[in-house]
Design a protein around this ligand. Structure first.
Ligand code: CTP
Length: 401
């Protein structure tokens, strides 16, 4: 959720400021770009050098910027515009009061007043300060302005007292922000299971029957679903691809039987299931336990049919929106419609081998989306990333209808 996001972290003068080094580290680990503004008093609690090193950007404290013999200024308007989100942590009683009344006496406050992005603030103070009427007024005012409070917790305070006012822990601040960003996304609260890639059916310990699928279509579907806020289970056959997204749980499998078992493990809990895998239709009846030697002139394999995962899921289907793929060479629409019916699907994605750039192997695909109500929508040749978005969009249209 935070990959590529510009985060402006404002640190004010409270003891909890020491925890912001961990916060910066977590933001950077999550893929965000971070700039830090410190108030004068915050720099007594946490070192600007540490924050600059961790954030990979100079720490900013004042309006005036000295560079050699050149004097410049830190432009609060530009900083505010740079930010996709601003986080003020710790937010002391003093800073919250200034934010509530627009007191603009330092660079952080000028930047806060200039920022157009969502502003999160994590209060931190002693319990009596926290419970003071004026603090409550500041909190209410800040929330009424649309600022988002990351609630303080109850625990031991720096004063030795026990009560409310501890700044949320850095991990909790990060998860709070991620959950907030996920809030408005269309697939939030939805679980999406995707099968992808080829399967390898063992002949002996070193050989297998496989196919040329790279898993790219399923990988792009997983990424697109996660970007829309969905919680994704990607059941992936042997593939070089490995999505790094906190909402994608990758379950690696090798054979069709393993994929069948994993799909059944997660299907019951899913809201949407998309079977994009190029599952091997047959497997050697008995895989040799030792490497087969080339003694015979002719060699034949006894193959048995693999179970059809999608067909089996179609029989189990209750609340799930179930989508399959059909790769066809002739009578495309008829064959796809027949598969949709036979496998009890809600929709099927047709790839025609007659279309240049469609199917597996490449970076592009050309699909036709068919649903169980006989609605048919054909798309242009697009990258698989764009195709994935189109597919999810079609599913969402139908789920929200
Ligand atoms: N599929 C599956 N398990 C299998 C075979 C296929 O889950 N053992 C799924 C694929 O992931 C795809 C759909 O079924 O979503 C269509 O697969 P395809 O191989 O094109 O069609 P089949 O139904 O196997 O029919 P045929 O190969 O005869 O065209």
């Amino acid at each position: 959720m935070l990959v590529g996001k510009n985060i402006l972290l404002g640190i004010t003068g409270g003891i909890a400021a020491y925890k912001t080094t961990f916060l910066v580290r977590l933001f950077i680990k999550a893929g965000a770009n971070v700039k830090v503004i410190l108030t004068e008093s915050a720099s007594s609690f946490v070192s600007p050098l540490t924050l600059a090193t961790l954030s990979k950007n100079p720490t900013i404290t004042s309006f005036i910027k000295e560079e050699g013999n050149k004097t410049d200024w830190n432009n609060h308007v530009e900083l505010g515009l740079w930010a996709d989100l601003m986080v003020i942590a710790p937010a002391t009683a003093n800073t919250m009061s200034k934010m509530a009344y627009g007191t603009c006496d330092n660079l952080l406050m000028a930047t806060y007043l200039s920022a157009k992005c969502p502003v999160f603030f994590a209060p931190a103070m002693d319990l009596d300060m926290f419970n003071h009427e004026s603090t409550k007024i500041s909190l209410d005012k800040l929330e009424s302005f649309g600022n988002i409070m990351i609630p303080a917790t109850t625990g031991e305070l720096a004063s030795g007292l026990f009560g409310e006012g501890r700044m949320a822990e850095p991990e909790d601040i990060v998860s709070f922000i991620k959950n907030y960003l996920r809030r408005g996304l269309p697939l939030k609260d939805k679980k999406i299971m995707i099968t992808a890639g080829p399967t390898y059916e063992a002949i002996d310990p070193v050989r297998f029957i496989g196919n040329h699928s790279t898993g790219l279509m399923g990988y792009e579907l997983a990424k697109a679903a996660a970007d829309l806020g969905g919680e994704v289970i990607l059941i992936l056959g042997p593939s070089n691809l490995s999505p790094k997204h906190e909402l994608i749980n990758v379950q690696n499998v090798i054979s069709a039987e393993e994929m069948y078992d994993k799909a059944h493990e997660y299907f019951g809990n899913s809201d949407i299931t998309i079977c994009a895998a190029a599952v091997a239709d047959y497997r050697p009846k008995n895989a040799a336990t030792q490497k087969i030697k080339k003694k015979q002139e002719r060699f034949s394999l006894d193959l048995v049919k693999n179970k059809d995962i999608l067909l089996a899921l179609g029989k189990l289907k209750k609340k799930q929106y179930l989508v399959g793929f059909a790769l066809e060479t002739e009578n495309e629409l008829e064959n796809a419609k027949a598969k949709l019916k036979k496998k009890n699907l809600d929709a099927i994605i047709l790839n025609s081998m007659n279309d240049k750039g469609a199917g597996f192997g490449g970076n592009t695909n050309k699909i036709t989306f068919l649903d169980k109500n006989s609605q048919i929508k054909a798309f242009e040749l697009k990258t698989k990333a764009e195709v994935a978005k189109d597919i999810l969009n079609e599913i969402l249209i139908r789920l929200n209808a």
